[in-house]
Design a protein around this ligand. Structure first.
Ligand SMILES: Nc1ncnc2c1ncn2[C@@H]1O[C@H](COP(=O)(O)OP(=O)(O)OP(=O)(O)O)[C@@H](O)[C@H]1O
Ligand SMILES: [Mg+2]
Length: 367
């Protein structure tokens, strides 16, 4: 098989030097000749099944930390002492070999502090396993919607930090990876958190190499998760980087409201978060009704207003009205520069006449 992503590489270095692209430095010409195995083995470790069975104590139930469409995820300890998450492909599952390959190729080629690090993989016999750095705080879902009794509500500043980090990860895929990568799976379950709530995007099995040259979109089978999928992509199958912007807008709305993108436990009109939120998003005087009650009013009014405007821009029906993710990063940095300060922070909602995105270079929202 030819190397699907052998030509995929970071396009430019970010000034923050977050990108560690030193481990995979093929140039486009030479790497075209590489088999995908060669491309992968230069960057990720190949484990034997026995090594991973030992690491997870034979996939002991007490080490099970989650389960998704791909299969079960176990906590493990490698011989080196490193704690990892081991994801085992469910051989009867819907997601399969193609997603496995895409995941390994993307994550072994692209490195960024806001993308989960792939430690290695196993392809012994029928087995397909992925080994990731262990993210001690699990996924954003565990903190927003599936809170165990001992897990506190996430406060405003942490929500903004998560939003900004996730946007940085997406900006890396769109603007630094060459050719660009469309993530296609932006959702709370795929935002993993370290001990300091730094977010890392995970699950690249659905990712697509973005349009190159004069092309504006990639035609694909519609994939993704209900509630996060951009309407234009769902209708046409035409995938663009703005499809990710929309899904990111849904994620922002989840952080703002504490509501799930799609929640079957709610009444009909409230199941789809965007549908529920739209009337509030269209009227600045109603923005405050979007606030997650668990925040208990503890957020800076002006920055809250700005975050809602950013979310509504990302959620524009027409993809060309949605901002590129680089502009979202700028706008979110502005929001992050106004943290909630319990002592001096204002709890009074700002007036609708204020212009929160004046510095963020994003036009006002309109549906
Ligand atoms: N690297 C990791 N570190 C710690 N926990 C992880 C890691 N990767 C996954 N998990 C845990 O395993 C759970 C399942 O993850 P997985 O990616 O398999 O499924 P999902 O994203 O929830 O759903 P789906 O894959 O079906 O879209 C996550 O919600 C998270 O709690
Ligand atoms: Mg996931």
């Amino acid at each position: 098989m030819g190397c699907l992503f052998s030509y995929l590489q970071p396009r430019r270095r970010e000034t923050s030097s977050r990108i560690d692209d030193s481990r995979c430095s093929h140039n486009a010409e030479s790497s075209k000749k590489h088999s995908w195995e060669a491309c992968v083995t230069c960057c990720a470790v190949s484990f034997t099944f026995k090594e991973l069975a030992t690491a997870t104590q034979n996939f002991k139930v007490s080490n099970l930390i989650g389960e998704g469409g791909f299969g079960k995820v176990y906590r493990g300890k490698l011989e080196s002492g490193q704690i990892v998450a081991v994801k085992q492909l469910n051989l009867e599952g819907l997601q399969g070999a193609k997603e496995f390959l895409t995941e390994v190729l993307i994550l072994s080629t692209l490195k960024h502090s806001n993308l989960v690090n792939l430690v290695g993989y196993c392809t012994e016999g029928d087995q397909r396993l992925l080994v990731y750095e262990f993210m001690p705080k699990g996924s954003l879902v565990d903190h927003l919607f599936r809170r165990a009794p001992d897990i506190p509500h996430i406060e405003w500043n942490t929500r903004v930090k998560i939003a900004l980090g996730a946007a940085h990860g997406l900006a890396y895929l769109h603007d630094v990876a060459n050719p660009p990568v469309i993530y296609r799976d932006m959702k709370a379950a795929n935002v993993l958190l370290d001990n300091d709530f730094n977010p890392k995007l995970s699950d690249f099995g659905l990712a697509k190499i973005g349009p190159v040259g004069d092309n504006t979109h990639v035609s694909t089978r519609v994939m993704g998760t209900y509630g996060y999928c951009a309407p234009d992509y769902a209708m046409s199958g035409k995938l663009t980087i703005k499809s990710d912007t929309y899904s990111f807008g849904v994620l922002l709305l989840e952080l703002i409201t504490g509501r799930k993108a799609f929640d079957t436990s709610k009444a009909g009109g409230e199941q789809n978060l965007v549908t529920w939120a739209k009337p509030f998003l269209m009227d600045r005087r109603q923005f405050r009704k979007l606030a997650d009650p668990s925040l208990q009013g503890c957020y800076p009014a002006k920055a809250f207003h700005q975050l809602v405007v950013i979310a509504s821009m990302c959620l524009q029906e027409q993809p060309h009205f949605r901002p590129i993710i680089a502009d979202v990063v700028v706008a979110l940095s502005h929001v992050a520069s106004q943290p909630y300060l319990p002592e001096g922070g204002s709890r009074i909602f700002c007036s609708p006449s204020s212009s929160p995105l004046r510095d963020a270079r994003i036009p006002p929202a309109k549906f």
